[in-house]
Design a protein. Structure first.
Lengths: 298, 303, 369
């Protein structure tokens, strides 16, 4: 390393090398766009076919029309039996999702608090159990839940099935709320007492506001879980009157698989509206919450 | 008095009060997790059907299952399905994670990750509808149109002719986003200094991925693999909606078989028995996971 | 051993200008320092030289070849990061061998060179350890090895001593200086510690807010600072800076400050009159001021406000209005708080800065020394 050795010659990169460099930098974008094309075209199709009569090349609309949206004001009648009114189905779905949300928020808040603030025997075991619960295949629960609901005479009842569905969301939502409680130091609560609050006032004025983001999160997630759910309503609800939107769409698919994509697309778009709204408003924040990764580096 | 940590609040809460707080949780979890779990074990040894009567029949269900020629095919299907979709979920999830965090700047990465989250956030019926259009056997299905444009091929009836492929793709497109999220977070948490040092040391982009990033992703990779294995074993909803296990059980997987037997044919007892096999396999995989990771680490990963 | 030339180098991050029109040259085999407070752009400059950042504007030349478009791996630079950035999953040996493996050097050759460079920094027995098992000083030497093993033309060091404790810092300073001389490689050291820069480098470039303030040998920076920033940044204890007004009565110039007034020499009077200005900042280093117990026309009176025994001398603090004034007094002088002395600054060591911070004595641009 010491003494004489041949010096390296510096050479500016040739224009060919620079071109290759630029191509190389563009390559990831090319790949990503290529990979994402199926998804993009699928959702574009959903949007476009709901508003057009005919579609060319799969999704470029030919005629703009609202004909496909007639289900909003007239009964869906095709190829045989009339289907449930869209508004009744929406009402059912709202009821279902609403009940899920209320039960989850209520239960998670109470149990999250207890698990956070109280040390009792079996706490570790309870947490261990939550992991095992995830491992449990859903179909096993489904079959036995059928009997449980039958036994409780809750089969085919929207709010009854909602209770069962809510139970699935309880473990993780309790976990989240517990985490929020863990982050509220006890001295804030004590300050409230010292400042003159009784138990309930402290809870309401001091603790609850700090909990708000957590409650909002689990409320939204559980509502969406209920709104989007297909299997539970499909398996446990039988009468047409009690159908949820997901069941309605499945019924429509069953019949119109080869016919009216336009109608199907518009009903679906109607159905996923809350999800899309939530999606667009929270995408960036959502990524950060779910990801939770910290940036390292200088 | 020295301030005590919040754990000292034990004495503020009396036992009965806690029970009150935990009551809803316990009721729901017992009624819809523990009872069904136990019930399933019991039902597996009955021949409950649409009459909803309990008749214990011992091991009859299992004898039936093991002599069922269908069952072997379904088991193989399940294996193929889980392994192939796992490859997509982990492998493609990794590729997506790398592409959106290392190879492109943050904003572009956010956009593409958002796009890939769409399938996961869409209700299953709608997602299935979209695929039904893609796979439409007429010339207007997206896949057929692309095939025609590329090779001039005639329309294919995809769900009939390639049911397993279809099922793997459908689940893969949704599943990849899980790995993508986990790996993106892991990659972003790698200190930029290592990347810069490797650049100066002379590594190309692929070299950096191979020598620096991948070795540091060992834990996330293992975690995603095992977690997704469990999820895939238990999944059947998308398969139900797109091929319904058809044609003639060609795309039927184990959990779907249990579902069909219980709810389509109303053989609840038989369905429960089929489901129990799945529980045993899932428990084994979970044990492996706990052994590999250790409980504490798993809590960290999940929390 | 390459020579480096930076021409109008600018780096912008959105609206923030990290490096602003930097012009600098480094001779073949020279050891220079980029000195400045955090955020002044020195690390950004280093990263541009190594090729990790691309300049927004301007050119970088190695041996008079434009290298703006050359990738880091083709620049033959060794870079030691402030955090050392040792790959945590690789042993010390593999960390050092990494660049050679990437260059596809044969195994035997790799082994020879790794051991050779390890001997140079005295870490031969650490080769099998993992980075997590090493102390800060050891990690730093491994990072140095990794940078040197590929026999680079240029060595870049980003605050290599800031994570070390005081004693180790002094030892390592000498080590690096010795190493550089032995190997003869063109080296750029980035630091915020002016003692480091002044003791190790042949020339020092002082930077502030992305702009080069002055570039020259240490003693030039010390004795002839071109502007207020350099004057206040270099030197420990720091230079005294007092806002003053220039007055001329009957051909004699005086500097009037809040609390004292000082008669000026003929030369200084002439210099200041020539500028045509009245407001200046007076700069004088504590060691260039004498204390007298007798009244003298060359000085002004002051009352001791605080004393700091420094071992080799005493730092005596005075206060004029709100402005502190420090004098380095010889060890054997007995000084108590409240004592009155006549403060006599050496006229030839007086620095005067105009309202925009430029030295009256050293006119001209802040460029290559």
């Amino acid at each position: 390393m010491k003494g004489e050795r041949k010096r390296r010659v510096y050479r500016a990169p040739s224009s060919r090398q620079r071109l290759l460099g630029m191509l190389g930098r563009a390559l990831p974008y090319v790949f990503l766009t290529l990979f994402s094309l199926p998804i993009i075209s699928m959702y574009l199709w959903l949007f476009f076919s709901s508003f057009s009569r005919k579609v060319m090349f799969g999704f470029i609309p030919q005629e703009w029309t609202l004909h496909n949206w007639r289900f909003l004001w007239s009964p869906i009648q095709m190829g045989g039996a009339a289907h449930l009114s869209i508004w009744k189905a929406t009402g059912n779905t709202l009821l279902f999702a609403g009940v899920v949300m209320l039960i989850v928020v209520f239960t998670a808040t109470l149990s999250g608090f207890a698990l956070s603030r109280f040390r009792f025997r079996g706490r570790e075991e309870l947490m261990r159990l939550s992991i095992l619960l995830h491992a449990f295949p859903g179909v096993t629960l489904l079959i036995a839940t059928f009997y449980v609901l039958y036994y409780l005479k809750l089969l085919n009842s929207i709010w009854g099935v909602a209770i069962a569905r809510a139970a699935l969301e309880i473990p993780w939502s309790t976990w989240i709320i517990k985490g929020f409680f863990d982050n509220i130091p006890w001295d804030i609560e004590w300050s409230a007492y010292v400042d003159g609050c009784n138990r309930f006032q402290a809870w309401y004025k001091v603790i609850l506001p700090l909990l708000r983001p957590g409650i909002a999160a689990i409320a939204i997630f559980s509502f969406l879980a209920g709104w989007n759910d297909f299997i539970y309503p499909y398996t446990f609800i039988f009468t047409k009157e009690n159908q949820t939107l997901s069941m309605l769409i499945k019924a429509l698919i069953g019949e119109f698989r080869f016919t009216d994509y336009g109608l199907l697309a518009s009903v679906s778009l109607f159905y996923i509206l809350p999800v899309l709204v939530f999606f667009f408003f929270t995408q960036k924040g959502l990524m950060r919450v779910t990801v939770g990764g910290m940036k390292g580096g200088r | 008095m020295k301030p005590r940590p919040w754990r000292g609040r034990r004495r503020v809460f009396r036992f009965p009060t806690v029970i009150l707080f935990l009551a809803p949780f316990l009721i729901l979890v017992i009624a819809f997790f523990f009872v069904p779990a136990l019930l399933n074990i019991v039902l597996a040894f009955t021949n409950m059907d649409s009459s909803l009567e309990w008749n214990f029949v011992g091991l009859q269900n299992y004898r039936l299952l093991f002599s069922d020629p269908q069952a072997r095919q379904i088991a193989i299907n399940t294996l193929v399905y889980v392994l192939c979709t796992l490859a997509i979920n982990v492998g493609f999830g990794l590729i997506l994670g790398l592409l959106t965090t290392y190879f492109v700047p943050e904003n572009a990465g956010l956009l593409f990750r958002a796009i890939w989250m769409l399938p996961r956030m869409t209700p299953s019926v709608v997602y299935a509808l979209l695929w039904l259009w893609v796979l439409d056997p007429t010339e207007y299905g997206l896949l057929n149109m692309v095939a025609k444009a590329l090779t001039g091929a005639k329309p294919t009836f995809w769900t009939m002719q390639h049911p397993m492929g279809v099922v793997i793709l459908v689940n893969g497109m949704v599943g990849a986003s899980f790995g993508m999220i986990i790996f993106s977070a892991a990659i972003k948490s790698i200190s930029k200094d290592y990347i810069m040092a490797a650049q100066v040391d002379g590594a190309s982009h692929l070299g950096i991925v191979r020598s620096i990033i991948l070795p540091l992703l060992r834990w996330p990779l293992m975690f995603v693999t095992i977690w997704q294995t469990l999820s895939l074993l238990a999944s059947y909803e998308y398969i139900l909606l797109v091929t319904n296990g058809g044609p003639f059980f060609k795309s039927e997987v184990w959990s779907l078989y249990a579902y069909h037997e219980a709810f389509a044919h109303r053989f609840y007892g038989y369905g429960a028995a089929i489901a129990m096999i799945l529980v045993i396999v899932a428990l084994i995989v979970t044990m492996i996971m706990l052994r590999v990771f250790g409980f504490k680490r798993l809590m960290e990963l999940m929390g | 051993m390459a020579s480096i030339k930076l021409e109008h180098l600018t780096k912008r991050f959105g609206k923030v200008v990290a490096v602003n029109d930097l012009n600098l040259e480094v001779r073949d085999g020279e050891f220079i320092a980029l000195l400045g407070p955090s955020g002044c752009g020195k690390t950004t400059t280093l990263l541009m030289i190594s090729g990790i950042y691309k300049p927004t504007e301007g050119n970088i030349y190695f041996d008079d070849v434009l290298v703006n478009e050359v990738a880091p791996k083709d620049r033959y630079v060794g870079l030691v990061f402030q955090s050392y950035a040792l790959y945590p999953h690789m042993s010390v040996y593999n960390n050092i061998a990494f660049p050679l493996r990437l260059a596809k050097v044969p195994k035997k050759e790799i082994d020879r060179r790794v051991r050779e460079v390890a001997k140079l920094t005295k870490i031969e027995d650490l080769l099998d350890r993992m980075p997590g098992q090493l102390s800060g000083g050891q990690q730093q030497r491994v990072a140095l090895c990794r940078a040197l093993v590929k026999e680079p033309e240029i060595l870049l060091l980003d605050e290599p001593l800031s994570n070390l404790d005081a004693r180790l810092r002094i030892e390592t300073r000498a080590e690096i200086k010795r190493l550089q001389r032995e190997v003869g490689i063109t080296t750029i050291l980035v630091t915020h510690d002016q003692v480091e820069a002044m003791t190790m480098a042949e020339r020092v470039a002082v930077m502030h807010a992305g702009v080069l303030q002055q570039y020259g040998p240490p003693d030039e920076l010390y004795d002839r600072p071109r502007n207020l920033f350099v004057a206040s940044f270099i030197g420990d204890p720091p230079m005294n800076l007092v806002p003053v007004k220039f007055e001329k009565t009957d051909g004699t110039g005086r500097l009037v400050a809040q609390g004292f007034s000082l008669r000026l020499s003929e030369e200084l009077t002439r210099l200041l009159s020539e500028t045509g200005e009245e407001e200046f900042t007076l700069g004088i280093r504590p060691e260039d001021v004498a204390l007298s117990q007798e009244e003298t026309a060359e000085g002004f009176p002051g009352e001791v406000f605080l004393t700091e025994p420094l071992g080799g001398g005493t730092l005596v603090h005075f206060k004029f209005g709100e402005t502190p004034f420090r004098v380095l007094a010889p060890k054997d002088l007995k000084i108590e708080i409240g004592d009155r002395f006549w403060i006599v600054p050496k006229q030839e060591k007086l620095h005067l800065f105009t309202a925009d911070g430029l030295s009256v004595r050293e006119k001209g641009h802040a460029e290559q020394g």
